[in-house]
Write a protein that binds this ligand. Sequence first.
Ligand code: PMV
Length: 318
Amino acid sequence: MAVITGKAPGKIILFGEHAVVYGQPAIAIPVAKVKAAAHVFPDFEFRTGEIHIQAGDIDMDTFLSELDPQHPLAAAVNLTLAELQLEHFPAFQVQISSSIPISAGMGSGAAISAAVIRGVSAFLGRPLPDSTVSALTYEVEKIHHGNPSGIDNNVIAYNKPVYYRRGQALQFLQIEKETHWVIGDTGEKTPTLDTVSDLGKRHADNPRYYDEIFQKIGGIAQGARRALIEADIKTLGQMLNENQVLLTKLNLSCASLDRLIQAALNAGAEGAKLSGGGRGGNMIALVSPSEMDPVEKALYNAGAVNVISTKLAREPQS
Ligand code: PMV
């Protein structure tokens, strides 16, 4: 039996983070330059049922039976096995690797889950469709995030730009013209669970104030949809900046994010904002191709620990 590899890309939220948790629309795109992979292959030392999990990045080398079932990797494998309902399966190993920065708003947890679900189901001869990969990844995300909106599992499992609103049918964006984005990592890590639950408490104390901001953010995501499809970078740039003002009002920015955002704008970016959970993690800037280099350099000079450039391109017509 050959090695089977399940893969999933990183992601970045362009518009609407946090407001999406409260039912507003948001836009996210896959970032193919970084990815998670799960290599699955038979373990001939054992006859049946033993599942060996190795994740070098987090120094893990253990058996599924020894992992806490609440561990996200255990949950990803167990959910896959429950979905497949196989009576017997051979012993196998799952080797996980990822180039997606951890806790930086690039969906590393969701991508690892999706890669494991894909790899294990394909190895067992029953590759699961993207919709099931997304649904199972969402279940694992609940362990990481408590109350995830569902945007990360969708953009990652389908590997397509998405316009997402809780409780509504997922929309894929058919990009007509490409845009260029630079992602800068502050190196500061605040778990999304913390920023989401902190905002949840503040929202509960003063729902009117926060709902009004969430609605404005939702309005921006709605307007940005067409601008992104058509690569109207002037409008998009302005909307990124407006979204950032609102995120700052939500107290989700911080000195290091503000510094990188300002550096990108000074270097000629069309617009910039934090991306993901906030209070650290990543920011994104929209650039024209000629501004990409200067913006990358400016971000490093302003203290970014990592910079990734990505292109949102038209999907090849099949
Ligand atoms: O930190 P990330 O990139 O996983 O983004 C979280 C996005 C939030 O809107 C803050 C939470 C969510 O579940 O959508």
